[in-house]
Design a protein around this ligand. Structure first.
Ligand code: PMT
Length: 410
């Protein structure tokens, strides 16, 4: 089952108050909800709870010093800030609130907070008189006016002996606030999305094969985007360099024929089928049982056509008159005449949209984190997207697919 924070990276900033010990429970809750949690502690926080505790719970190194750059290929506070889907500061002392409000950057947490563009959630904890001090009130108001969200402190017995407002909200309440902030729209809730990714691998003998350069990144981006939008995702994937996203059903295959079986046995259940895999058009006629020996100076491999999975779905769909059928999205990997070839595939393979990429373009196609695509649809639809992260490409294509379900298949 998909966990609510699967695929999300959360920075947990801990500042130096007695409530820092509760941050361990919060870290555990966030990780339990599926988040990848990166912890940053101020020096003060380390007086109350050890980085080792948080490292053990988060399963990631804890950052405490902005100058402790262990990986020369990155600047850690920028890298973490860029990766964050959300930052939660809990507990937030009066001191870190003041730094945030005034743009100070004198340690790892305050510096990272300045570099972050993701939403920020703050759970303050301090003595009741500090919480009511005009300076703190000004800082809170200033931060709220900039879009920072607060989980207000609770009222009760405080560690300093006072009774009043200032106690850190319970970790469960903070975790719920995090989940609510990251919930986002769910345009594919209740929908089943079937995606193919990676390259197929066609064996010649037990140690040799024919394949292609697909890394699986495009298909994985679709799987993540559809999952984030609430879909029940099945990913049929071949050879890839990566690990499929969490929170989906992943089905590993090797050859085009295996991919065809895995896809066709699930197509009728799907609302959307996305064929982003790079499928080999041919496979060796014979697969040798044992490793082939060198015999002559030249070797001719006889190949036979593989089934065209996309076309098979298109033809199957045509025969389902009156029945519920999925929206079908194909891809076209081209090196020339992008539009002509894409339109030919759109018609021949009978899909609703073809996402065409010129795989010779820098920043597009195989192995990259970005893609540059033109989307062609039935009825003359054409949209040309600039270079975008593969996930953003996937979101745009899913938007079109979701709209198609809405108008034609609801
Ligand atoms: O995985 P990445 O490294 O992120 O790279 C992404 C990508 C370049 C693989 C992706 O953007 C892409 O273009 N995927 C389609 C690759 C491909 O096989 O293109 P094609 O033009 O040869 O095939 C057209 C369509 O028919 C594709 O949807 C393909 O999945 C499908 N097909 C092709 C042959 C076949 N035997 N069966 C098929 O279903």
């Amino acid at each position: 089952m998909t966990k609510p924070l699967s695929g999300k990276t959360i920075i947990l900033g801990i500042s130096g108050g007695i409530a820092a010990y509760k941050a361990a429970t919060l870290c555990s809750r966030l990780a339990g909800l599926g988040a990848s949690v990166r912890v940053i502690m101020t020096e003060g926080a380390t007086k109350f709870i050890t980085p080792l505790t948080l490292q053990t719970i988060s399963r990631h190194p804890v950052a405490t010093d902005v100058f402790d750059e262990r990986d020369a290929s990155i600047v850690q506070h920028i890298d973490w800030a860029d990766a964050a889907d959300l930052v939660v500061v809990a507990p937030a002392t009066a001191n870190i609130l003041s730094k945030m409000a005034n743009g100070l950057a004198d340690d790892m947490l305050s510096t990272t907070l300045l570099a972050v563009t993701a939403p920020v959630l703050v759970a303050p904890a301090m003595n009741v008189h500090m919480w009511e001090h005009p300076a703190v009130i000004d800082n809170v108001n200033k931060l709220a006016s900039r879009g920072v969200t607060f989980v207000e402190p609770g009222t009760g017995q405080l560690a300093c002996g006072y009774v009043g407002k200032g106690r850190l909200a319970e970790p469960d309440e903070i975790a719920e606030a995090v989940a609510a902030m990251l919930a986002g729209p769910k345009p594919l809730a209740g929908r089943r999305v079937l995606i193919t990714a990676g390259g197929t691998l066609e064996r010649i003998d037990p140690v040799r094969y024919i394949t292609n350069d697909s890394s699986g990144k495009m298909g994985f981006a679709f799987a993540e985007a559809a999952r984030d939008w609430g879909a029940d995702v099945t990913l049929v994937y071949g050879k890839t360099d990566g690990v499929p996203p969490e929170g989906i059903q992943a089905v590993r295959v090797e050859s085009a024929e295996q991919m065809k079986d895995a896809v066709m046995s699930r197509a009728a259940e799907a609302d959307i089928v996305i064929k982003s895999a790079a499928v080999a058009d041919y496979r060796p006629l014979h697969q040798e049982e044992h490793k082939m020996k060198k015999k002559s100076d030249t070797l001719t491999l006889e190949l036979v056509r593989n089934p065209d999975i996309l076309q098979t779905i298109g033809e199957w769909r045509e025969k389902q008159a009156g029945k519920r059928v999925p929206v079908v999205i194909g891809f076209a990997a081209e090196t020339m005449e992008l539009e002509r070839n894409a339109l030919d595939k759109l018609a021949r393979k009978k899909c609703d949209y073809i996402v065409a990429n010129n795989v010779t373009q820098a920043g597009a196609g195989f192995g990259t984190d970005t893609n540059i695509v033109s989307i062609y649809g039935t009825g003359g639809f054409a949209e040309h997207l600039p270079r975008m992260p593969k996930k953003a490409v996937a979101q745009r294509v899913l938007e079109l697919a979701a709209a198609k379900i809405g108008t034609e298949r609801a």
